[in-house]
Design a protein around this ligand. Structure first.
Ligand code: BES
Ligand code: MN
Ligand code: ZN
Length: 480
């Protein structure tokens, strides 16, 4: 989707779908018979929408002021979603004069730019009803707001670019979207950006470099595991910032088999990894002057004769051993190895942030709006929390300290992958992970089980979160 900004209606290619609010200065420039009655309606607090008698527009929608000013953006997006289920025109003219709250504006733009990916685009439906696609978004603003809005549009467009790639990859069914397939897609997508370079560990390299936890999780599947590191060098020197994503291409639970109902959502258990890839693409698109490494820990948690067994012990690449009590707690295993590997690869790392659909328990604790943040580094906690508020992609902290120590005690190994008491499940996973990041590297864990997916037509699909959060956090961190 292309975009541009205008300060006068005359610059708008027509006929567009106009989205505005009653009282907007833009309406003074509009000459159309339907308008007066619509303004009254929207001013009284109802949405006013017409596709008739609205020339020179294809459609006019006036949304009450309260919706544009709701800081949570839910009301505004609640109005916009049904309008774009079947767009009236490839051109959208968005009146930005009441989008004063930065996170509401950012979320609205991301929603519109994200219309570029639909499930039907995967080509798996033999008959799709032809619907109009939005191809150009025009923002209307007043001249004094133009410079700032130009920057916001550019940023959100780049963020959406990464979200779209990540969402598309996550939506591909897991029998096609295997660890090797993710690697190939990443290589293909990164090839467009000379500053991005892929480093791949196949199952042999995984063995040679001692990533025994990643190997343990992946060995039950006929599709072998991979570790993919994507390097971005937007400058030659300076610290590297690292992101690690959980990339379980399908999570059956292993021998600790999950129930069938809802298991289809476990093809999305690679959203952490997909979003690391998306973030790298967004960074490359913005040509940020930083060094970044994205590590994708890719494996399928399958059942079969080679599958890891409850009670087995495996060794990570930092030498620590883990008793695998529960084969369904596989995410922390692959992440532990990937975090330790990332720290070895770049010992001078400014921070490591991992993102993972790690526990169902974080959804019980925080719901579907907030990602769970667990860290012992107060500076990272503050900066991630602030970036969440600024971007509208928010996090909330769960506790992480040594009171959780007994949650990872094992009689036979250094650590056990699940607590025997079934308590503090999300934080216990984070406690296990912290052993794999050297104490001198600031580290934070994001549990995105509730946020990496959203419900669309009653089904779960990938959301692209927390790419907006991480991009905001990175931008804030660069200027610091
Ligand atoms: N991938 C799941 C977590 C998950 C569950 C994400 C539901 C999204 C929706 C993870 O691998 C898992 O199975 N976690 C277990 C942890 C338990 C065994 C300690 C869980 O949440 O039940
Ligand atoms: Mn699992
Ligand atoms: Zn999982």
């Amino acid at each position: 989707m292309e975009y541009r900004l205008i300060t006068r209606l005359a610059e708008q290619p027509q006929p567009a779908h106009l989205i505005s609010w009653p009282g907007s200065p833009l309406l003074a420039e509009v000459d159309c018979p339907a308008l007066a009655a619509m303004v009254d309606r929207a001013a009284a607090g109802d949405i006013a929408d017409t596709q008739f008698a609205c020339a020179p527009f294809a459609r006019i929608t006036l949304i009450p002021v309260a919706a544009w000013q709701d800081a949570l953006t839910d009301t505004l997006l609640g109005h916009l979603r049904p309008l774009f289920a079947a767009p009236a025109s490839p051109q959208v003219l968005l009146d930005c004069t009441r989008l004063e709250n930065a996170s509401v504006l950012a979320k609205t733009l991301r929603f519109l730019f994200n219309l570029d990916h639909q499930l039907s685009d995967l080509g798996l439906k033999s008959q799709t009803a032809p619907t109009t696609r939005v191809t150009q978004l025009t923002g209307y603003c007043q001249p004094r707001a133009l410079a700032e809005l130009t920057e916001t549009f550019r940023l959100q467009h780049a963020i959406a670019h990464g979200m779209l790639a990540a969402r598309r990859l996550a939506d591909i069914p897991s029998e096609q979207c295997t660890p090797q397939f993710v690697v190939e897609e990443a290589q293909r997508l990164c090839a467009s950006w000379p500053q991005l370079r892929c480093e791949v560990l196949d199952e042999r390299a995984i063995g040679e470099q001692g990533l025994g936890l990643l190997h343990a999780v992946g060995k039950g599947a006929s599709r072998p595991p991979r570790l993919l590191a994507i390097h971005y060098d937007g400058r030659q020197d300076g610290p590297v910032r690292s992101y690690v994503g959980k990339g379980i291409t399908f999570d059956t639970g292993g021998l600790w088999l999950k129930e069938g109902a809802g298991m289809y959502t476990m093809k999305y258990d690679m959203c952490g990894a997909a979003n690391v890839l998306g973030l790298m693409l967004s960074i490359a698109r913005l040509a940020l002057p930083v060094r970044v490494m994205g590590v994708l820990a890719l494996a399928e948690n399958a059942i079969g004769p080679e599958a890891m067994q409850p009670g087995s012990v495996a060794r990570a690449c930092n030498g620590m051993t883990v008793e695998i009590n529960n084969t369904d707690a596989e995410g922390r295993l692959v992440l532990a190895d990937a975090i330790a590997w990332a720290a070895k690869r770049h010992p001078q790392t400014r921070f490591i942030i991992d993102l993972a659909t790690l526990t169902g328990a974080v959804v019980k604790a925080l719901g579907y709006e907030l990602s769970g943040l667990m860290t012992q580094n107060e500076a990272l906690r503050a900066s991630l929390t602030a970036a969440g508020i600024a971007s509208g992609d928010e996090v909330w902290s769960l506790p992480l300290d040594k009171r959780l120590k007994k949650q990872t005690d094992s009689a036979i190994a250094d650590l056990c992958n699940t607590p025997g008491n079934n308590a503090a499940i999300s934080a216990s996973a984070a406690w296990l992970l912290h052993h794999f990041c050297p104490a001198e590297i600031p580290w934070a864990h994001l549990d995105v089980s509730g946020t990496a997916l959203w419900r669309e037509h009653g089904r779960s699909v990938a959301s692209g979160r927390p790419i907006p959060l991480l991009m905001q956090h990175l931008l804030d961190d660069i200027v610091q």
